[in-house]
Design a protein around this ligand. Structure first.
Ligand SMILES: Cc1ncc(COP(=O)(O)O)c(C=O)c1O
Length: 359
């Protein structure tokens, strides 16, 4: 089979080396004669995987000791609800920014539970953008400020984070581990694993321990951060295979210069695609330049017909998953950490060739 490059927005490309290792030890993990898929989560093999996963992640993101790492389920979507359920009490308010489809979902969910102030809204802006961090006017006494670090669908990303008194809460599903972050202003970061961390089924939460301590307890046990912190993310059966692959992915990132090394490569990769877009009038970027996502490059062609043809011809050429999200159309190249540079070069070559034939 000829080489395929997977531009899917998620579940997304995983490092080849990680998949190969998982394949090699699928039937017999570490000489145990059984698979990770059938091992007890209380057994020594899985406990070692779990511990290494946490330790590697802490090292990669330089997570201080006053933050806990939780491995949960339910996806980022469950965090849309768990965050306000845990952190907001009767009469309290949280600030949210609306930068696109995912932020909107987080807001809608929080509104079911608590009072939410949307203090900036760029959801409808075209070209797409995220709010200006420096211009935000937080609500006095707001318990936290929520934002979506990278809007996977529109391809707009925060380059500088809000600087407010309240702790920041961020959905970093489609950018976690792609760049270094200073955790000081943060109270909580959450991410579904299926873009940069591993397969779906695992949701990683980084949370300041004092926020867990002061969180609500009058909510169902399974939804309390406290439950999961106390049980070291083993309150119920964890998504063992996802945690195992996540552990292998953290090793893989470590072997590539850690987050700093990966960040450099990500900038090189996205830079090449954006240069190809900017080199001609035929292509136009969907996001304003200062908000362009390093992970999800969104762009348009002169007509919808050409976009459809681009998507189908590129797929036939082994460049799969370039069709934009159904809600916004256009094209989208998701080039997460594990996406190879040679796949980016293949896309750029295809773009030039497609324009020559259709421009
Ligand atoms: C930024 C962002 N937030 C939330 C989600 C929803 O994640 P999940 O499917 O894990 O609930 C996605 C999924 O694509 C996403 O990209």
């Amino acid at each position: 089979m000829s080489e395929v490059f997977n531009f899917s927005a998620g579940p997304a490309v995983l490092p080849r080396e990680v998949l190969e290792q998982a394949r090699d030890e699928l039937l017999d993990y570490g000489g145990t004669g059984i698979s990770v898929l059938e091992s007890s989560h209380r057994g020594p093999e899985f406990i070692a995987i779990h511990e290494e996963a946490k330790a590697n992640f802490r090292t990669l993101l330089n997570i201080p000791d006053d933050f806990a790492i939780l491995f949960l389920q339910g996806g980022a979507s469950q965090q849309f609800a768990m965050v306000p359920m845990n952190l907001l009490r009767e009469g309290q308010t949280a600030d949210y920014t609306n930068s696109g489809s995912w932020a909107q979902k987080a807001i809608s969910e929080a509104k079911q539970i608590a009072t939410v102030n949307v203090i900036a809204d760029t959801n409808e802006d075209r070209p797409t953008r995220v709010p200006d961090a420096a211009a935000l006017k937080p609500t006095p006494g707001a318990r936290y400020l929520h934002f979506t670090g990278n809007e996977t669908i529109s391809g707009a990303q925060w380059k500088t984070f809000p600087n407010v008194e309240a702790p920041l809460v961020a959905d970093m599903s489609s950018e976690i581990l792609s760049r270094a972050i200073d955790l000081k202003p943060f109270g909580l970061i959450y991410a579904g694993a299926q873009k940069n961390l591993g397969p779906s089924g695992l949701t990683v939460v980084i949370i300041r321990k004092d926020l867990v301590e002061s969180a609500r307890e009058d909510i169902p046990t399974i939804f309390r951060y406290k439950t999961h912190l106390k049980a070291d993310s083993m309150y119920n059966t964890p998504p063992c295979f996802s945690v195992y692959l996540f552990m292998l992915v953290t090793r893989w990132v470590g072997e590539r210069g850690g987050v700093a090394g990966i960040q450099k490569l990500n900038e090189l990769k996205s830079g090449r695609v954006y240069s190809a877009i900017d080199a001609t009038e035929f292509y136009s970027g969907a996001a304003v330049k200062e908000c362009r996502s390093v992970m999800n490059v969104t762009f348009n062609l002169p007509t919808e017909d050409l976009e459809k043809r681009f998507a189908s011809e590129s797929a036939a050429a082994g460049l799969q998953g370039l069709m934009g999200h159904r809600s916004v159309g256009g094209l989208r190249a998701s080039i997460y950490n594990a996406f190879p540079l040679k796949g980016v070069d293949a896309l750029v070559t295809f773009m030039r060739d497609f324009e020559r034939r259709n421009g």
